[in-house]
Design a protein around this ligand. Structure first.
Ligand SMILES: Nc1nc2c(c(=O)[nH]1)N[C@H]1C(S)=C(S)[C@@H](COP(=O)(O)O)O[C@H]1N2
Ligand SMILES: [Mo]
Length: 392
């Protein structure tokens, strides 16, 4: 049902005794004089929105299943920048969708005020579908933007809500596309006879989307970093030229990480338990790898990491080729205190237990004394302040 804004309820207006729309609504549709509130504009915007939501869905699923692997599938460790690209597309594409959605809502909102609100069962069903589409799309974009801005005014856990709403939205989207397909064929695939400034309008919307993308893409694509005016994170900003999400103080590990008694332990299903001090780790063959941190929030930053290959340390303990490894942080609580490393990742020669970055020992906030860094993997799984490897 349509809830009329309070302003529109004007009780004193004389009206015919017939049951009908409130007087204001009777004349309202005629006031939408712009001819851009038409099918053809809506169809073009709808196609763009459909493409961008489906892209966001696919890239979102990649990110979800990377963090919650289904068991039968293993994500490869190469190409090194794959996750950086899929997640960059997810977040920056999502931001660029905001102007598209606003334009679409503007184009179709006069329909919302039509009388009677429900004309038939089919019409009622369509309105319900529209409610799910509009509600779902707004929910995804609003929570996404708030999340990358590190602002959590909502009472639910972002990741779970964003994930499940995606299925609801895509389900509704598929029904909507099937339902509207004839209209799309009638409009988008034929030449318009009328000139109502539609092209100029659509180009303006496209330019707005492009501007959003251009002023944020630099957070993932460093050559454009200087243009990243709207991005919440910038690649070069932070200790040692890298952004920090969780500081050592914030994680409550500052004291434990600096302790001289710090040791790295390899335990679980191993041939022999191994315990290494920082000096012993430094005495093992040191390697460098140029790898990005690619955060789920869309930003990424590349660095030159120095340290020991994870596989070298695991081989010291006699770990079997197919083993899985859980990397544990000194951090006591928090969602990111551990991460799982599957064989494609731990056997990759680029996967390091990093002791240094960009030519200096790790900053405390980057995970001193030791952090995991691996190719093609979300930032949340690049565990900092590592102290234990548990093999299973
Ligand atoms: N122990 C631990 N490791 C962690 C985190 C954390 O909260 N705790 N945050 C992760 C996240 S979300 C990201 S994006 C990267 C950020 O790394 P940086 O702060 O060194 O740039 O570290 C990851 N490693
Ligand atoms: Mo992150």
């Amino acid at each position: 049902m349509v809830r009329r804004p309070a302003l529109l309820r004007i009780p004193a207006l004389p009206r015919p005794p017939l049951p009908g729309p409130p007087a204001v609504l009777q004349t309202l549709p005629e006031r939408f004089t712009s001819r851009l509130h038409d099918e053809r504009t809506a169809a073009w915007l709808g196609m763009a929105l459909g493409a961008s939501f489906l892209t966001a869905f696919a890239t979102g699923l990649v990110s979800h299943f990377l963090q919650h692997p289904p068991g039968w599938a293993q994500w490869p460790s190469r190409p090194v920048n794959l996750y950086r690209v899929t997640q960059g597309v997810h977040v920056i594409g999502g931001l660029a969708t905001v102007p598209l959605l606003l334009a679409k809502l503007w184009t179709v909102y006069p329909k919302l005020l039509r009388w009677p609100p429900v004309r038939s069962a089919v019409h009622g069903g369509r309105r319900l579908l529209a409610l799910v589409l509009v509600g779902g799309a707004l929910f995804q974009l609003v929570t996404g933007v708030l999340n990358i801005s590190y602002w959590y005014p909502f009472p639910f856990f972002f990741t779970t809500a964003h994930y499940w709403t995606a299925y609801l939205l895509v389900g509704a989207l598929l029904i909507h596309v099937a339902d509207e397909w004839p209209k799309v064929r009638r409009t988008v695939m034929t030449r318009p006879e009328d000139a109502v400034g539609r092209r100029a309008f659509l180009l303006t919307v496209a330019a707005a989307s492009g501007t959003v993308a251009l002023t944020t893409v630099g957070e993932a694509f460093s050559p454009l970093a200087r243009l990243a005016l709207l991005a919440p994170r910038r690649p070069g900003v932070g200790p040692q030229g890298l952004p920090v999400n969780k500081s050592a103080a914030g994680a409550g590990v500052a004291a434990a990480a600096r302790e001289a008694g710090w040791r790295l332990t390899v335990t679980g299903r191993v041939e022999r338990e191994v315990t290494l001090s920082l000096a012993q780790l430094r005495a093992l063959p040191q390697r460098t790898a140029r790898l990005p941190i690619a955060c789920v929030e869309g930003w990424s930053a590349e660095a030159t990491w120095e340290g020991v290959r994870l596989r070298d340390v695991l081989r010291l303990a006699g770990v079997a080729d197919g083993a899985r490894v859980r990397v544990e942080s000194l951090e006591r609580g928090g969602l990111y205190r551990t991460s799982d490393v599957a064989p494609p990742h731990w056997r990759d020669p680029l996967t390091l237990l990093a002791l240094g970055v960009n030519g200096a020992p790790l900053d405390l906030d980057h995970g001193f004394p030791c952090r995991l860094i691996a190719p093609n993997r979300p930032g949340v799984m690049q565990t900092k302040w590592v102290h234990r490897l548990v093999v299973s």
